[in-house]
Design a binder for this molecule. Structure first.
Ligand SMILES: *Cc1c(COP(=O)(O)O)cnc(C)c1O
Length: 415
């Protein structure tokens, strides 16, 4: 008989676009005792989590709560609850996750309209607005931070334009939430989906979402309460009911709201994790957190360039938490990645589709976004490249990163 040993996970430095390292305080919170889901001690944790998530999303939306499942469960909950068969949706695609929005909307029977741009580019917002005028969709669904290409789509004009044309604006901010500005109310975004395992630095398994009254009104028109928990006053004959039970936001609202109507069993330990993760985000401060991501991004970019490598992205629309590096001619990108992991315990990412084998993606998100991790990834990458016969500027990367962190020490060296 096989005897399985106690779980013994290796310690890693994770510099990918997720999942990333988790603050030890979050892991500790996960090991605290289970509470029943209607225990007032637990419903208080639910309410506190909602309040903290509102602050992270920079919104006053009452409906701000996590969906149990990975980030795409949040996307699926929002799109499935909004879209009825035949509804028109417009999706601008600039990477893998735009295709994911299309995939989910398609399965809801929506009429899909897409505009596409090359991977590595973003859209001019006016181009999207023109497409909205032409298609007249019910929903615009768009990615904010496209982790597959390291690009960030400007959104500040889209929400307002959607409101003027009576379109609902749905945004995948999975990669950007808690790492850079996602101003839900100021940008007039109607529904926004965040992620936990990226800049939030909580394990994968929940998706915080937020949506406003425009969405709430639409949900109310499709609302059908489950037979076993229905009471008088709940609609029975509903046109176009929401097709999923698990992802039915109208029922989830009753679970997260004062009615406390039983739906699924809340994922207890994950909620502890999210609550502690959100608390840590707010304790650091949003502005401070965003500028920390910018600082380490700069150190990574300067280090990469000083080594003699080139960046894939145009800096004007670069996603701060993901730096894409062109794999040098003649170098096997996967050999370098496996050396980083095997010898140094450091993980970086490859990419998908047209960019597979062409770029590496170095993430610096949440708790992984630290100075020692930046030094570790730069020095190990340099060593692995030298080992694989690439010609790099030896020793320059860490000096360039140090110049970012400690410009005064550079003066001392020069004098
Ligand atoms: C990571 C990511 C997702 C998918 O997240 P899962 O947690 O794997 O479901 C969706 N959208 C974007 C932009 C992402 O970066």
């Amino acid at each position: 008989m096989t005897v399985f040993r106690e779980l013994n996970t290796p310690l890693r430095t994770i510099m990918t676009p997720g999942p990333v390292e988790v603050d030890p305080r979050v892991l500790r919170a996960m090991s605290t005792p289970i509470l029943g889901q209607f225990d007032p001690a637990f419903t208080q944790i639910m309410n506190e989590t909602m309040e903290m998530l509102r602050q992270v999303f920079q919104t006053k939306n009452q409906w701000t709560f996590p969906i149990d499942g990975t980030s795409r469960s949040g996307i699926e909950a929002v799109l499935t609850s909004i879209l009825a068969p035949g509804d028109k949706v417009l999706i601008p695609i600039f990477g893998r996750f735009g295709h994911l929005l299309t995939e989910i909307a398609e399965r809801n029977g929506a009429e899909i309209h897409t505009i596409e741009t090359e991977w590595g580019q973003v859209f001019d917002q006016d181009e999207i607005i023109k497409a909205m005028e032409r298609v007249k969709p019910k929903v615009l669904a768009i990615v904010h931070g496209e982790t597959s290409t390291g690009c960030m789509q400007p959104l500040d004009k889209l929400g307002k334009a959607c409101r003027e044309m009576d379109i609902l604006c749905v945004v995948d901010a999975v990669a950007t939430i808690a790492g850079t500005e996602v101003k839900v109310d100021e940008w007039q975004l109607d529904a926004v989906i965040g992620g936990t395992q990226k800049c939030f630095s909580v394990p994968s398994g929940m998706a915080p979402i937020t949506y406003n009254e425009r969405v709430e009104k639409l949900l109310a028109s499709r609302k059908k309460v489950e037979r076993g928990v229905r009471t008088t006053g709940d609609a029975v004959d509903v046109r176009n009911p929401i097709q999923s039970n698990y992802f039915d936001l109208s029922q989830l609202q009753d679970y997260w709201g004062p009615r406390r109507l039983n739906h699924h069993t809340e994922a207890t330990s994950m909620l502890y994790a999210l609550r502690e993760g959100a608390r840590i985000v707010l304790e650091e401060g949003l502005e401070e957190r965003f500028s920390r991501h910018r600082l380490h991004e700069k150190a990574i970019m300067e280090g990469i360039k000083a080594m003699g490598l080139t960046l894939f992205n145009d800096v004007t629309w670069k996603l701060p938490m993901v730096t894409c590096v062109n794999i040098p001619e003649g170098i096997d990108g996967e050999a370098i990645r496996s050396m980083l992991l095997g010898q140094f315990g450091i993980e970086i990412a490859s990419s998908f589709g047209p960019l597979h084998g062409k770029i590496w993606r170095i993430g610096a998100m949440g708790y992984s976004c630290r100075k020692e991790n930046v030094f570790a990834v730069l020095s190990a990458l340099e060593a692995a490249l030298i080992r694989n016969g690439a010609s790099v500027q030896r020793g320059e990367a860490l000096q360039a990163a140090l110049n970012v962190y400690d410009p005064a020490s550079r003066m001392a060296v020069m004098m």
